[in-house]
Design a protein around this ligand. Structure first.
Ligand SMILES: Cc1ncc(COP(=O)(O)O)c(C=O)c1O
Length: 484
């Protein structure tokens, strides 16, 4: 048996046998980190260092790592079931019924293992239904790793407005079928659909582009997408892989009141166990059934581990208490960061989109406000936050550049989302803000020393911080130079 000695040992072993030493390009780090345990809000590395996990695995961990009830449900099911290659299991039926119950657009549901598979199937179905090839995707949204959508997420300013593929090896013909438009720009979508509607199978949209730091849709944007799609026979696909179950049990569609034709879900659905879903109107989804002509398959689809974890997670989320709790946490982070920004004299407005699950009437009473910062963010922010009434367990730090938005669209590029996407957006934040948030974080909670090896780890963190100080991917924990 091999004895684990250090993060570095494990990472070096990983690099010898795995390209880059990680199983997702997005997990690469500039310092050695090998995780050996996780529980609740924490994970621990091979040297006994304990970390408060603000990253939350890009979003699934709505209940924290290793939730006992979810794990118990999984344990119970594997005592009696495992993968079956024929028919359907009792728990798949139960989960599909549950999803159809809570998601407004869901008349039929199919399960996949990842969000990418779900968006792939949604686009295939849209092409089959419409007999058209092109799709509309928006600058700043991420829908997975397949060729039709792997482009134009965080693009350099000179790449905005043209194809910006994120990988070599993508089929040029497939890239060509994807039209990139600016998010929240009704006019651009309307013009494109009027000109080329006959060629367009689907509009796919991350309803809140969390992948660039949580940009809220203008209320009229989603309504216009619905109206344009219906009028021109285009299918509207909401990618709720991140928003689903996190903003509300029924996804953001249950909040914004716009019902898509198809929608995709993953992440928080099973608190991190691998499962995803494609949901939609029966008239379209039934094309995957007998005689429909559209292929849907996958050896592991509907695996009992993911299905039982999903049922347990949804049961816990059902009464809304978890959402209220996460929003309260977001508010705490918001006020802490705002306070630090004030102390340091950084012109910054920390903006929380409130979530009023139990106060839906508030939507009607909120006045419209002009954005006081005169940047290009949502000018009707007051209305937006309230109308959404709900609008989310989002915390965004916006207006990082104060009165000087610079060259990038303010509401697309310069926000830091506190919570699961913090690390993702961190690299793009203004250095002053990085330092402010870092020192607030250090004051709020330092990494906990759990054994003697922690002090060694701490030294390693600060030296790696110095070494990577200029690296754009430097993250706040550990290695942030503001943490002593
Ligand atoms: C909005 C959105 N859609 C799709 C995906 C792809 O999901 P997966 O990584 O499970 O393939 C992601 C992943 O981060 C996502 O954020």
């Amino acid at each position: 048996m091999t004895t684990v000695q250090s993060n570095l040992d494990l990472v070096e072993r990983a690099r010898r046998v795995m390209p880059g030493g990680v199983n997702s390009g997005n997990r690469a780090l500039p310092w050695p980190l090998a995780i050996v345990e996780a529980a609740g809000a924490y994970f621990g590395d091979a040297e006994g260092m304990r970390y408060l996990d603000y990253h939350a695995a890009f979003g699934p961990l709505i209940l924290g790592h290793n939730h006992p009830d979810v794990n118990a449900a999984v344990r119970a099911v594997i005592e009696r079931l495992d993968i079956i290659g024929a028919g359907v299991t009792d728990i798949e039926v139960e989960l599909a019924e549950k999803l159809c119950d809570v998601i407004p657009s869901a008349e039929r549901v199919l399960l996949t293992n990842s969000g990418s598979e779900a968006t792939y199937a949604a686009l295939r179905l849209a092409r089959a239904v419409t007999g058209r090839n092109k799709i509309i995707k928006f600058q700043g949204t991420y829908h997975g790793w397949h060729d039709a959508v792997l482009m134009n997420v965080i693009s350099a300013p000179d790449k905005i407005g043209r194809h910006d593929p994120l990988s070599l090896g993508m089929l040029p013909d497939t890239i060509e079928q994807t039209i990139i438009l600016p998010f929240n720009d009704v006019e651009a979508v309307s013009e494109m659909i009027q000109q080329r509607g006959e060629e367009i199978a689907a509009i796919i949209v991350e309803v809140i582009p969390h992948n660039i730091g949580c940009v809220l849709p203008r209320p009229e944007f989603l309504t216009a997408l619905r109206e344009l799609a219906t009028r021109h026979g285009v299918l509207l696909i909401f990618d709720e892989v991140i928003t689903g179950f996190r903003h509300a049990l029924g996804g953001y569609q249950s909040i914004c009141g716009v019902t898509p034709d198809l929608s995709t879900f993953a992440k928080a659905m099973a608190n991190g166990y691998p499962i995803a879903a494609l949901a939609g109107k029966a008239e379209y989804m039934d094309r995957f059934g007998p005689g429909g002509g559209v292929m849907f398959a996958g050896t592991y689809n509907g695996h009992p581990v993911g299905v039982s974890a999903a049922l347990a997670t949804l049961a816990i989320l059902q009464d809304g208490a978890v959402h209220q709790h996460t929003f309260r946490l977001a508010q705490r982070a918001t006020s802490g960061i705002q306070q630090i920004a004030g102390e340091l004299g950084i012109p910054m407005k920390v903006d929380v989109r409130e979530w009023h699950l139990h106060d839906p009437d508030r939507a009607e009473t909120q006045p419209r406000e002009r954005c006081p910062y005169r940047c290009r963010c949502r000018s009707d922010a007051g209305n937006c936050a309230a109308r959404a009434g709900q609008a989310a367990s989002d915390t965004r730090v916006t207006h990082l550049f104060g009165e000087n938005p610079g060259t990038q669209p303010m509401d697309e590029m310069s926000s830091v989302q506190i919570r699961s996407c913090l690390a993702v957006s961190w690299a793009g934040a203004d250095p002053g803000v990085r330092s402010a948030v870092g020192s607030w974080a250090a004051r709020s909670r330092k990494p906990t020393r759990v054994n003697d090896r922690a002090s060694k780890r701490r030294k390693m963190s600060s030296s790696s911080a110095r070494n990577s100080a200029s690296s754009p991917s430097t993250l706040p924990w550990p290695g942030c130079s503001t943490i002593p």
